[in-house]
Each structure stands twice: as C-alpha cells, then as structure tokens.
Design a binder for this molecule. Structure first.
Ligand code: ADP
Ligand code: ZN
Length: 818
C-alpha cells in the first residue's frame, strides 16, 4: 500500500499539497508536525502535516518528502482547528495563517551548499585564480555556503564562478536545510568528580597556597556551589571572585573544574520584587468578580464594563490566581504590548516567574522560547501576556482568556492576511478550549455592549473608581470664541494655560493629547497653494522639524524641506495644522521652567523606547508629557492632576462611521489618566464645537446615552452591528485597468447581492506604495449566512481571475472591516 501526507505550506496558496511517504513515516507523522518538502525548483520549504492517508493525488505525481523535522507535533489539533476557522472566516489561505502564526525560526529555509566532487581528479591548471581559491578551500572544509564563497573571493557576483566550477565537474551543489533558532548556551563550571569530596578539595587548597588567584577562584566556587547546589555561570564566578577567565581556564585545564554548556532561556526577568497580594477586593470589585463567575458558570463570555481606574486589573488578577491554582494556562491579551511595561511589572509582582511575554518586538529566538514553554506547559509560561499574535501559541490547557481594552480597533489586523480581529478570534479560541473568556473595557465597543445587552455575553459593571476617587471633572473650552477674542497663544487658549500654570504650581504632572505626530501635517506655499505630496502615495507629506524632513506616514518616503516652493519658486512656505512636535516646542517657550517630554511613534521606535519615557514620567523627570493616542492606553500614573486635549475636532470629523464612537472612547480614556488618587482630576478639551453631542456625552460621562444614539444611527444607516461589512480592495499599478476591473467586479457582485454592494469608490488615500486602490463594500445583514455570502463572492472572483486583462489586479478581502 502507498502512503501519503497532505501538508500546508506557509505561502498564499489555496490548496494543500500531497507528498508520498513510507509506511514507517506514515506511522510516525502526526498532524501538526513540521516536514521539509521539495517545492518548485529545487527549493525546500517547511510544511505542516495535516493528514496522513492512502489516496494518491490525481493531478500530479506525489514527490517524496525531504525530512521530518519534529519528534512530536509543534502545533496541536486545537490550533489547527482555530487556524482553519481564521482562514475561512477572514477569507485568506491556511498558508497565510501559518505564516503569521509560527515564529519565523520554525519555518526553515534552504541554503545552497557547495561540496567537492570527490569522483574526479581535478586538473588544477585549468582553474582560474578565483576558482582555485574555492577549490582549495573545499579541500580543507568540505562544504561552503554561497556566503562563504563571497568572502573567500571577495566579490559579490559569485554565481558565474560556481557555474563554471560545476561545468568543470569540480564541485557538487546541494540544498541544505537549516534551522534558524539557536539555543542560547552559557558556560558554567562545577568541581570535577576528582575534587567532589571536601578532603580532596582541602588538600588541593593547601597545594595552592602559592597561587592566591586560583585559590580565590576555588574558594568562591565552593561558596557559590554551596548556596545554589549546582554549576555556576563562569561570568558570575569571574565577577564574584575577581579572577580573570584565564585563571578559571587554567583550573579547567588542570581538571579541577569541569566545564559545562547549559542551555538557557533568553527571556529572563531579573529582580522581580515579588509581592504577595496585600490587599483585598473592594465591595464593588467583589460584586463584579462574582457576577463574572456567574457568567462563566453559565458558559458565557463576560463583558466587564468598569470606568477608568475602577480596579479592573485587580479583578483580572484575582481570576488569574484562581485559574493557575486549578493548574490551567492563562492568556492576557492586549492591543499593543509595547505600551504595557507597567502592567507587565504588576503581573510579575503578583505572579513572579509564571509570567511570559510574547510580542513582535521580541527577537525570533525569544519567541521560539516562549512558544516552547507554552507547548510544554512549563510553569514559567503559565500566564502569557501578549498582543494579538499570542493567540497562535500552542496552548493545550487554556483555562482563562482575558481581552483587555476590548474596544481597541488596533486589535484588528490590517495587513497582511489574516486580517483578523483578535477579540473575535479570542472568543472562538476560548470556545474551542472550553475556556472562560473575559472582555474588559472602560468604554466598551458598540458591538460588545450590544451583545451584552442581548444576553449573548454576561455583563459585569463597575461604575465607580476604586477607593472613592472621583471621576475627573471635564470642561470644554471653546477655541472658536477664544480665537475671535484673540485669547489664543499659539495653539493654547488662555484658559488652558491658566489651568496648566495652576497645576504646575501645585507640583502636579500634566498630560497633553494631540492626535498627530510630527511638527505640522503639511507645509503649504502661501503664494500658489502647492504642498509637497508623496511620489508613491496619494497623501501630503508631513513635516518633521527635528530632522527638517517631509515624511510620508504610509510608505516612509522622506525628503529634506527646501526653502522655496517647488511649484512657484517663492520663499513662502508655511506650516498648516499642528502635530506633537510643534506643541512640545510651543511649550518650551510658554513654560521654559517646565520639563517636557513627548511620546509618539517617532520617540518610541526602539525596543525600550516606551519604557524609558514612561519611567521618566513616573519618576517625575518630566512635568508635561505631550503625546498621541499612545498616552491613552491604560497607563496608571499617580501624580497626573490635569489632562489637556489640544483639539477634539480632528477626531470627530474623521470620515468613518465609527468616528463618534472612537472619539468618545479616546477622549474618555485620555481623561481617565487624570486624578487617579484622592484629588479629583481635571480635564480640558479644546474644541471649535463645544455643543457637539459626543463632547457633551464625554464631559457628563454618559456612556449609555452615547451607546443608544450610536446604535440607533447604525441601525438607520445600516452599519455594524446591524450588518457585517466585507471590504474588497483592488490593487494595481495600472490605473485604468484597475478602474475597469473594479466596475466589472462591482457589477457582477450586484447580480448576487443587489443594492448591498457599494462602490467601487477609491479610498481617501487612493494610492499607496505605487499601487492604485479601489474599494467595493458588501454589507451582509445580521442574521444572513456569512459563509454563503463568501461562497458567492469567491465564485465571482473565479470568473474575475479568468479574465486575462485583469491579471495584474490583486484582490484583498477584509472581513468585518473597521
Ligand atoms: P483599571 O484597570 O480599572 O483602570 P486599576 O486596576 O489600574 O484600574 O486600579 C486603579 C488603581 O487602584 C491601581 O493603582 C490599583 O493598584 C488600585 N487598586 C485597585 N483595586 C485595589 C484594591 N482592591 N486594593 C488596593 N488598591 C487597589
Ligand atoms: Zn508614501
């Protein structure tokens, strides 16, 4: 009988591929193991085994696999099921999910290896100088990579040399597979067995009386080993004993010490100040806690709606403690992990080394370690805190899944596929694990709050801040009026400045929110109105004063700002609008005594960028912190008395059906950073439009009213949750073809979905990275079958793909587009 295995490759292809295997291999291979397979021309890819069977493929001859890479599955069946759901629901391929899910180091690549051809006697005189160099190197080394050859010959173009050596039969070429992950090995020493007994050691010490350094090293190792009972890091011994590593090496050579290489995790947290939980939940918290557990008992997801600083995090901690006491794994999901060093510290204080962190700023190797720790259900990864990609980890015993800040739209992955919403994917994952799932927010999304009201979720509420701290007092400042009366200094109203003075005098810290980074969004010529645009994208360039650059926020393009207008040549360039950088500069003039800091994408790019700024603010090295959205994210600063919002209108006027909901959430979250201790915090919102209903609702903390109004509008104008939105983006470098294709596609879709199809309509930014874009939106009314709709769409796509002239148009699906 013949055996086959179906595998998924981490490339965007729809189908699984079938390879032939032996009986032994068939017995050994389990779904979720990695297998290296030949694919395409001589390339080796890593694939995931999905199924072993005995049916030969009909369309092609099955090739043999190259090798089995795992002893046991790296991916479990729940993961496979979850990934399949993601691929189906978000209309992408399984391979795209695999690619997003696995740390890169698990996906082997192949590398070309050059070896000598031992079967032939080489005539050295026939070789050129460079060829001879390689031939000679191969005599000593037996195999070389292309990289090696580049080094040996000191030239970049080595393929001609390789080809010529091949033609002369001097070498053979192989594809070698290598794994990228390298365990971190650390040098340790312990006493060799000869000196294991105290007497032997004593005798030896006597002998050493004239070698004081060696004696010192021996004594220190003895002391350290007595304390820890096993091998000691060489670096530690060097540091503690003050002996050089040469001394230690001499002791190893003498066979006194034995050297060991010990595999060590890269991700270690030093100095955890482990605190036992010294406080108890308040009455409000306890009530919410019990309500949450009722929901779990009824096997429902729970939404915890607790105002800012109500103590949600402490409630999570109590639930986490229970779950780990039951021996279960916990996943704590956050929209942006980099912003949460404070929370990670709090978690580690409570749960010590049981906490693992997983996010994209970690190196590949660090991610592999967390993956393996979760896979093997290690204690030190019992609680994982991470951004959306942590949903892909190999949990086998997940008991509790917390989605904090569930309203955050950054939970939705935009590019590349899978374009999934982490909150929704988390709900599905929890279901597969039969785990408890808790969504938490101070400003729940309209969708989740509706689900709670409809009874799909259980609802727990905390409407007061912890410790009777008052909600901040929010005041609106009319800058239209202030401008008319000439009561503005730069972008600050006199009223705002006055309150800032007062707060600074009281030694309070301040946060200023401005929803734009950079110095000024655009530089415009006052003579001809020209402003520089990105050559690759359909947007104006943003001015960054620090580097005197104009930059594109979509593709990273940048150029230096010239003195004169490129269109008319006049020296009349002026900045329009304003960003964080400009606010910071104005502050330095207005408050020369105060220390200012800035937190936005530009100042936080490095791995520990956020931490540094947060630490500096915590330590009161900064009086006034200016920031974008980033400062809204769950930060808990003790001494912030006042928050100022420079301009609320840009948020409200954003062309998006969610703009009002998002404005409410953002403003409430920023306001929530103020006055988290006894003294009531103050919040000032500058606006041209103080009677805007959202601003009124924010200032009176009227979440229910906002919810009801927004829900009503969404139902009237057919937006989620009344309908599901599926967006199809067409991309092409050819503008005319793109439009033709979009019109064709929309028309065909209308034959199925009628007036539920909108567009095609180019997006606000209609060209990105040299691609022109056009969008078609399909609305699927709640209650209609989404999977049926998707099937019809795929059918239409098949016809579209069959049309030759549309060949260069790519289609991108975004399900539940937000
Ligand atoms: P939220 O997550 O709702 O914004 P936090 O959990 O951060 O609120 O709580 C706000 C502050 O109150 C934190 O500094 C926290 O340490 C403190 N706090 C919350 N619950 C308790 C409690 N039961 N006992 C003592 N302090 C608490
Ligand atoms: Zn660009």
């Amino acid at each position: 009988m013949e055996y086959f295995v179906d595998v998924a490759l981490a490339i965007p292809l729809e189908k699984l591929f079938t390879y032939s295997i032996s009986k032994e291999e068939a017995d050994f291979i389990k779904p979720g193991m990695r297998i290296a397979v030949p694919f395409g021309k001589k390339k080796i890819y890593t694939a995931i085994a999905i199924q072993v069977h005995t049916n030969p493929p009909t369309a092609y001859e099955a090739k043999s696999i190259e090798l089995i890479l795992d002893e046991t599955p790296l991916i479990n069946t729940i993961q496979l099921e979850h990934w399949q759901w993601l691929a189906n629901y978000y209309m992408c391929t399984f391979g795209e999910v695999v690619k997003a899910a696995l740390p890169k180091a698990f996906l082997l690549e192949s590398e070309t290896i050059i070896m000598p051809n031992s079967e032939i006697a080489v005539n050295e005189s026939e070789l050129t100088d460079n060829e001879f160099l390689i031939y000679e190197a191969l005599e000593n080394q037996n195999s070389l990579s292309i990289q090696d050859i580049i080094q040996i010959t000191d030239r970049k173009q080595v393929l001609p040399i390789v080809n010529s050596l091949l033609a002369k039969n001097v070498i053979q070429v192989h594809e070698r597979i290598y794994e990228e992950y390298k365990p971190k090995m650390i040098r340790h020493v312990k006493f060799s067995s000869l000196y294991a007994s105290d007497e032997a050691l004593q005798d030896f010490l006597d002998e050493l009386s004239r070698a004081p350094k060696q004696r010192e090293a021996v004594l220190h190792l003895f002391q350290l080993q007595a304390g820890k009972g096993n091998a000691i890091k060489v670096s530690e011994l060097v540091q503690k004993s003050g002996c050089s590593s040469a001394i230690i090496k001499s002791l190893i050579d003498k066979n006194v010490f034995e050297e060991l290489q010990i595999r060590t995790d890269r991700v270690v947290f030093n100095q955890i100040n482990f605190k036992s939980r010294e406080f108890e939940l308040s009455a409000h918290q306890l009530q919410a806690f019990n309500t949450i557990k009722e929901g779990f008992k009824a096997n429902k997801p729970v939404l915890l709606y607790g105002v800012t600083s109500s103590g949600k995090t402490e409630v999570y901690f109590e639930l986490i403690a229970e779950a780990i006491n039951r021996g279960e794994q916990v996943l704590y999901l956050l929209p942006e992990i980099a912003l949460t060093s404070q929370l990670i510290n709090r978690l580690q204080e409570h749960f010590g080394e049981k906490v693992a962190v997983y996010h994209s700023k970690y190196s590949v190797n660090e991610r592999v370690e967390v993956w393996n720790n979760v896979l093997h259900q290690k204690q030190k990864a019992q609680i994982t805190i991470g951004a959306r990609s942590s949903l892909f980890l190999p949990f086998s015993n997940l008991g509790l899944l917390i989605v904090d800040e569930e309203h955050e739209s950054s939970f939705k992955q935009f590019d590349p596929a899978p374009r999934y919403h982490a909150r929704d994917a988390a709900l599905v994952l929890a279901k597969l694990h039969k785990a408890q799932c808790l969504l938490g927010s101070a400003t729940p999304s309209i969708e989740s709050y509706k689900n709670a009201k409809d009874g799909k979720y259980h609802l727990a509420k905390m409407t007061e801040r912890f410790g009777n701290v008052l909600m901040p007092k929010i005041e609106l400042i009319d800058i239209k009026e202030a401008t008319r009366k000439k009561k503005m200094k730069g972008h600050f109203s006199e009223l705002l400045l006055e309150h800032m003075w007062n707060a600074l005098n009281e030694k309070e810290q301040l946060i200023l929110f401005q929803n734009r980074r950079g110095f000024a969004p655009v530089v415009e010529c006052t003579t001809c109105g020209h402003s520089e645009r990105c050559p690759n994208c359909d947007v104006s360039l943003t001015y960054h004063q620090y580097k005197k650059q104009l930059r594109c926020h979509y593709c990273g393009y940048h150029e230096l700002l010239g003195v004169s207008c490129k269109a008319c040549g006049n020296n009349t360039l002026e900045t329009q609008g304003f960003g964080t950088e400009q606010i910071e500069q104005e502050l330095q003039n207005l408050f020369p005594e105060a220390k200012t800091g800035r937190m936005d994408l530009d100042t936080t790019r490095s791995k520990y960028g956020y931490q540094k700024i947060i630490k500096a603010f915590e330590n009161h090295e900064i009086d006034i912190l200016v920031g974008t959205q980033m400062i809204t994210k769950g930060l808990d600063f003790r001494n912030v008395g006042m928050v100022g919002i420079m301009n609320a209108d840009t948020l409200l006027n954003f062309p998006d059906y969610r703009a009002h909901e998002k404005s409410y959430q953002l403003l409430t979250q920023v306001a929530g950073r103020a006055g988290r201790t006894e003294k009531q915090g103050k919040v000032f919102i500058q606006t041209y439009n103080p009677f805007h209903k959202i601003l009124q609702q924010v200032s009176t903390n009227s979440f229910e009213e906002m919810f009801n109004e927004q829900l009503y509008e969404r139902e009237q104008f057919l937006y989620p949750p009344k309908v599901r939105i599926l967006k199809i983006t067409l991309k092409s470098k050819d503008y005319n073809r793109l439009n033709e294709g979009a019109i064709w596609l929309a028309k065909s879709l209308r034959t199925v979905f009628g007036s539920w199809v909108l567009g095609p309509e180019p997006p606000v930014v209609s060209r990105i990275k040299r691609d022109y874009l056009n969008n078609i939106i399909i609305k699927i009314p709640a209650g209609n079958s989404v999977s049926k709709a998707k099937k019809s769409i795929k059918k239409v796509q098949n016809s579209f793909d069959a049309i030759g002239v549309f060949k260069n148009i790519r289609l991108v699906y975004n399900v539940d587009h937000i």
